[in-house]
Design a protein around this ligand. Structure first.
Ligand code: ZN
Ligand code: ZN
Length: 866
């Protein structure tokens, strides 16, 4: 058995594939299109095991459809945008967005992100990806941003995009607004501060518990629950805020939780979302205590300019000193943090652009129902998210490295002047507006400095891919796309926003199928994270075992759930590659030209062809349903445990056209159905053993195999055949007999054994027996061949006579003694009787006068003569 050299073989075919351009999408072709809304990989450099697995799953679908005759659209693409790059660049150069002019800041980000693209393209190649570079795109390119901008201008015209002055989630570190989908939650322990607020009439105090004492400066009113007996009396009275001396009214509101703290709540603008509801409900003034950078504003008085945390510490110190702080308790809380930099999020009022989302909840859910979800249960995630939404989508970000919002605003009256579609791509901070001055007041127009949320770009991917606003004929032909593959964590962003915008702009679903995969965890099941030091780099794994072996592991990852990484599955994949390679060498040694279809197939040939055809049909269905784990199991089990273990062993001795034709077709079919999953070893075998006969340039552009006729009886015969062969092999293993050691004979006994008539020679060759007989029944004879006296019984009973008895037993015919004992005690020496308890007999089974051993398999009995 030779070893398959994965490293050099894989590199060789990857080079050929590039040279042959076999993965090219053909815009002119009349073949049906299978289009994949491939997730543009974020330009962050290193390849994670999660990427390697996720993109492998997509490639399985792409390669399968290509072999099924589709014109596959599977673009090589990168996501070059957004805050994560900005965070990396700021860290690298020790800057913030305020330290550099916009153009220079953007240039640093662009250079940083684009610097990864060659390496990342190479990663895809060594994974054996079949992405098409001829339809390459990256999301920061003007051709892509143009689509984002035009889509916004349309939504603006439709009245769905609007500017609003509402409080939004705000990251003071990134200095930008964030959508709900970008907010993460962290457990935290903080101090709950009990603070004394004197009553304005001097008649005592009210104690208020708060975790945010730094917001006392914006306290607008104080609320109690209307049913709270102890506190009801305060309603209508006024309090004086500590340190600030501002008079605030006490009101009753049913949203107050009487069991939290002291049951009295300080309502500030703007601490959190509930505060905001109260601010709206009671029409309270919107006062800003914290600015966009997370510093206290002049309203905070002595704490102005301090960061929120500093201000909190300072005010607690002052409250304590002045006798306002009664006590502090530790309290667990769930704080909202920025998804990218993990800074605590504030709730700030900064004017933003919004997209109407809440009005579309029902319509998005209806569209989601029209999409086929793989697995189906992932749709619930989308439903839960959509139902939980309380705000429209904040589209604008106060960042730089992203797509600019294509509008200008009048510095005098605030009039918005959108770009003309023909101008796009446009950067309003650099380019001229479509008109010289404000159409309303003639004032000066200033380019908008805000950019879009990165999901605004991402959610345009299916439009971009289908040539929206570039080629209307292609758009009609391609939209909706065939498949959106993605991970489950971005259902609430990428999947949701794409469904929403597709509905708003086209009144259609964006894709027919969505395939959702899980995360790859560390071997112990915990998330991989560089801070935990448990990140597994896939590149050395590919070096050692081959990309096909890693893709084999990816196959084991069923959709929709997270999987712990298991190196033993990669090793198993490596062994399977080797097995496929060796099977190919065997078939190649038997067949060196395309065999003719024979008309005298043997029972074994009919069996393997029928089983093969069943497998091809079933695997085809599994591929259509994106159940690659099951497809791989079925291919592996068939090719290894039926084709190689049984059929190949049976035909090793044969040299007829039927065997050659069967070997050729079954093996070629196996590597074809395996090709989408393990593209290298299958290409290698195809090129070495089939290319000249088949003529296709590559296995990956050859056609999916057609099944043959399924002969049910042949399958039944094959099942028994397999059981007989396995039965003999297991018996050999149990008896520690080498598998290739020749046996004198095998007799297969039973009424169903007749199904095996005609297969004697195949069985002989496979199990290495000199003779194989198939009979409906046989008389097996049991012969007693030896006596084993039981010393433990004889010794204690006969004491000094025991030795004599044992000697006497040596002279007795075992078979006669056995018969005699079955009738009753037997006198061995004078007056000394033995019964069945004293003796064990060694028996042998005899068939036709020869000693055999037996194995029972269902209704069949195997009589084996060594
Ligand atoms: Zn942040
Ligand atoms: Zn104006």
């Amino acid at each position: 058995m030779s070893q398959y050299d994965s490293l050099s073989t894989e590199r060789m075919w990857q080079e050929k594939w590039k040279e042959w351009e076999i993965y090219r999408f053909d815009k002119e072709s009349e073949r049906p299109i299978y289009s994949i809304d491939n997730p543009p990989r974020y330009t962050s450099g290193s390849l994670h095991l999660g990427h390697a697995t996720g993109y492998s799953l997509i490639d399985f679908a792409a390669r399968y459809r290509r072999m099924k005759g589709y014109n596959v659209f599977y673009p090589l693409c990168f996501d070059v945008n957004g805050t994560p790059t900005e965070v990396k660049v700021e860290k690298k150069y020790g800057i913030t967005k305020l330290d550099l002019p916009r153009t220079e800041y953007r240039k640093l980000c662009s250079e940083y992100a684009n610097g990864f693209i060659d390496e990342m393209t190479h990663h895809f190649e060594i994974l054996g990806q079949s992405m098409d570079p001829s339809i390459y795109y990256q999301t920061d390119a003007p051709y892509y941003r143009r689509i984002t901008q035009i889509s916004f201008l349309r939504l603006l015209k439709m009245g769905l995009a609007y500017k609003g002055d509402y409080p939004v989630n705000w990251c003071p570190r990134c200095m930008t607004a964030l959508a709900d989908a970008e907010v993460e939650y962290r457990d935290n322990v903080t101090d709950l501060n009990y603070i004394r607020f004197p009553l304005a009439d001097g008649e005592g105090d009210v104690i208020i518990a708060t975790t945010r004492p730094e917001l006392i400066c914006t306290c607008q009113t104080v609320a109690v629950h209307p049913e709270d007996k102890d506190k009801k009396g305060f309603v209508g009275k006024e309090l004086i805020t500590p340190l600030y001396g501002k008079k605030v009214k006490i009101i009753a509101d049913p949203k107050v939780d009487p069991d939290y703290g002291t049951g009295v709540v300080m309502i500030c603008t703007i601490g959190d979302k509930v505060d905001l509801e109260w601010v709206m409900k009671y029409n309270l003034p919107l006062e800003k205590g914290i600015d966009e950078c997370g510093h206290m504003t002049p309203i905070a008085g002595p704490y102005e300019g301090m960061k929120v945390k500093e201000a909190r510490e300072a005010i607690i110190r002052d409250l304590k000193e002045k006798g306002y702080l009664i006590k502090q308790e530790k309290q667990k809380q769930n704080v909202s943090v920025c998804w990218r930099c993990h800074e605590n999020i504030e709730f700030l009022q900064v004017p933003q652009w919004f997209l109407k989302t809440l009005d579309f909840k029902e319509r998005v859910l209806k569209r989601a129902d029209e999409v086929n979800w793989f697995p189906e249960f992932m749709k619930i995630r989308l439903r839960d998210w959509v139902e939980s939404l309380e705000w429209d989508w904040v589209l604008s970000r106060q960042r730089i490295f992203a797509t600019p919002i294509p509008i200008w605003e009048c510095e005098n009256c605030g009039e918005v002047v959108p770009a003309e579609e023909e101008q796009c791509y446009v950067d309003p901070t650099e380019d001229d507006p479509p008109v010289d001055s404000c159409p309303r007041c003639g004032g000066n127009l200033k380019g908008c400095e805000d950019v879009f949320d990165t999901w605004m770009d991402s959610s345009a991917s299916s439009l971009y891919n289908c040539f929206w606003e570039r080629d209307e004929v292609m758009f009609k032909k391609m939209f909706p796309m065939s498949l959106r593959p993605q991970s489950h964590d971005i259902i609430r962003t990428w999947a949701f926003y794409t469904l929403l915008r597709s509905e708003q702009l086209t009144g259609s679903i964006p894709w027919r199928d969505i395939m959702v995969h899980g995360f790859i965890m560390a071997p112990d099941g915990t998330p991989m994270h560089s801070s935990l030091g448990n990140v597994i780099d896939p590149l050395p794994i590919i070096e050692e075992y081959g990309a096909d072996a890693l893709r084999y592991y990816a196959c084991t990852c069923s959709l929709g759930v997270d999987h712990a990484f298991r190196e033993k599955d990669v090793i198993r994949g490596r062994r399977f590659s080797n097995k496929i390679f060796n099977m190919g060498n065997f078939v190649g040694s038997k067949v060196n030209r395309k065999p003719q279809r024979p008309n005298n197939l043997s029972a074994a040939d009919k069996w393997i062809l029928s089983r093969y055809s069943e497998v091809v049909k079933h695997v085809d269905k599994l591929f259509q349903e994106y159940q690659f784990d099951k497809a791989m199991r079925e291919i592996e089990s068939f090719s290894w445990h039926e084709f190689a273990d049984h059929y190949i062993e049976m035909v090793k001795h044969r040299d007829d056209e039927a065997a050659r034709w069967t070997l050729y077709n079954v093996y070629l079919g196996i590597i074809k159905v395996l090709a989408p999953l393990m593209p290298h070893v299958t290409e290698d075998s195809y090129q070495r053993h089939f290319r000249d006969q088949e003529g296709d340039l590559s296995i990956h552009i050859s056609s999916w195999p057609e099944p043959f006729e399924v002969d049910k009886r042949a399958i039944e015969v094959g099942k028994i055949l397999k059981e007989v062969i396995s039965g003999v092999r297991t018996w050999k293993a149990n008896k520690r007999i080498a598998l290739n050691q020749e046996l004198a004979s095998l007799e297969i006994i039973g009424t169903v054994a007749s199904l095996l008539n005609g297969l004697e020679k195949d069985i002989m060759e496979t199990i290495k027996a000199k003779e194989v007989r198939i009979v409906p029944s046989a008389e097996l004879e049991e012969r007693v061949v030896a006596i084993k006296p039981l010393h433990s019984k004889i010794g204690p009973q006969f004491k000094e006579d025991a030795k004599k008895i044992i000697e006497a037993l040596g002279n007795i015919n075992p078979s006669e003694l056995y018969k005699a004992l079955s009738k009753g005690p037997v006198e061995i020496i004078d007056g000394m009787f033995l019964n069945e308890e004293h003796i064990e007999f060694v028996k042998k089974l005899m068939l036709h006068g020869r000693e055999v051993e037996t194995v029972q398999i269902g209704e069949l009995l195997l009589a084996i003569e060594r």
